[in-house]
Design a protein around this ligand. Sequence first.
Ligand code: YXS
Length: 252
Amino acid sequence: MIGRVGLLTLTHTKKLNVMGNALVTQLIDGLNTLVGSGALAIIIKTLPGVKVWSAGYDIHELPPHGQDPLECHEPLRRAVRAMQTCQVPIVIQIEGGVWGGACELVMSADIVVAAAGATISFTPSRLGVPYNPSGIMSFLNSIPLHILKEMFFRAQSVPVERLAQYGVINHVVPAAELEDLAMEIAGDIVKTSPLSNAVFKEQVTSICNALPLNSNEFERIEASRRVVYTSEDYREGVLAIKEKRPPRFRGV
Ligand code: YXS
């Protein structure tokens, strides 16, 4: 902590901060500890100078083929819930590449600041993953629809400079200025009312997640998703990432 600003540094950089149970536990425990210690703003970052901020979901921890990779107890979903339900405003500080599920984690922060040259690569369609409704909500709440669709369908790395034009990223600055900028923003937050901030965030989260799906729609979507995560294409997508080669999808 610096004053009332809590600092949470993701340190699994040798493993590209892949989001498996270990990193997610570090993140959730870290948030709880900082809130418990009286933090009024939290900065999440990784070690400076990294090429990869996070490589996304740990593909070695994906459930076996045929099981929902984004089931509500899986690491990514737990991490996103922790970010959304944390009563303290979270500033996330990114540099390097943010991949796959880590993009949703970043979008779930309250304020996103990035080093020039950082990129966001939203890759479920490269793996054949059927993204899920609450995850899609995280993106719809922060990215304009056509931009989100382009990111999903093309699955390419998008520079933060482009995303900042649409307000997806709050600020882009040279890497050397990133730390100071995040501290400056957090420093402003800690001077404001924590009760007001907490109830504001609670309401924003509730309102942003308030789009209802009726039971028929939900069951239909789950059935459609099941077809995808039991498909041969999904098996091929995960294998291709492990073998570091492009996937060969056949649509079955
Ligand atoms: O060969 P070793 O044993 O050293 O291991 C390599 C990679 O296999 C490993 N690694 C990963 N392990 C688990 N889960 C991952 N997501 C993952 N990514 C990488 O880390 C070691 C170093 O990787 P390497 O040699 O490729 O490093 P690099 O510097 O040349 O390239 C860095 C990346 C990030 C560009 C490259 O590793 C990469 O393309 N990784 C996969 C990124 C990705 O597609 N992530 C999405 C994961 S799936 C996910 O997040 C959700 C399910 S979804 O997509 O639906 O949102």
